[in-house]
Design a binder for this molecule. Structure first.
Ligand code: DC
Length: 208
């Protein structure tokens, strides 16, 4: 069984996906990490994340250890991830790994949960359940702001909102595998829900 969870930045996809995977005993793949790790490698190589050749080369050179790095959650890396993810060669380089994970989840798990932007549309168009998780821009920016504040008390809300909007706009407008709900995805607006309520709704949908 494959569960695809897509949606814009900071909509709560990761928290939900992890929880579903734990509850059902499925394997979980945060596909954003693949793009973040690629973006990070490009930055470290001193290249421009919009340089298609450099970005594709780094995507092809990704190693498992790159996904374990503790510094992939910064906004600088998120922006680089969003830029490299618009490069068709980068998406092509990362596709097989994601499909293999979904079809043959590690450690003999009975299913897989993948979260990202194009899981229901491109990576796993035949997924058994497709959720498109959203929330208003302000709610998503507030959640992200609170998270960032824990490690940086000087973080500015308006900047968080602006960066998030910029990244979503780029992810939605790219030519290849843009952020959009699959035709058969179920929309889950989490603006007025807490994490427990989102999980309960999702589980309900999956069980149906
Ligand atoms: O989910 P995230 O915020 O970690 O993703 C970082 C960036 O990676 C996001 O802005 C766009 C890209 N991404 C993508 O293009 N496709 C995916 N399936 C996952 C992420």
């Amino acid at each position: 069984m494959i569960i695809a969870i897509d949606g814009p930045a900071a909509a709560g996809k990761g928290t939900l996906a992890r929880r579903i995977a734990r509850d059902l005993g499925f394997a979980y793949l945060d596909t954003g990490l693949l793009y973040r790790a690629t973006g990070k490698r490009v930055l470290e190589a001193g290249a421009d994340p919009e340089d298609a050749e450099a970005a594709e080369a780094e995507a092809r050179a990704l190693e498992p250890g790159d996904l374990e790095r503790p510094d992939l959650r910064t906004d600088a890396v998120a922006q680089a991830a969003s830029k490299v993810s618009a490069v068709p060669g980068v998406r092509a380089a990362l596709l097989a790994f994601q499909r293999t994970f979904a079809g043959h989840p590690p450690e003999g798990a009975k299913g897989a949960v993948l979260d990202g932007r194009d899981i229901g549309t491109v990576v796993c168009p035949d997924a058994d359940v497709k959720l498109f998780v959203t929330a208003s821009d302000e709610v998503r920016a507030q959640r992200r702001f609170k998270e960032l504040q824990e490690s940086d008390p000087d973080v500015i809300y308006a900047r968080v909102l602006e960066e998030m909007r910029e990244r979503d706009a780029r992810d939605r407008s790219r030519a290849v595998a843009p952020l959009e709900p699959a035709e058969d995805a179920i929309l889950l607006d989490t603006s007025d829900l807490n994490a427990d309520e989102v999980f309960a709704k999702a589980l309900d949908i999956i069980k149906k």
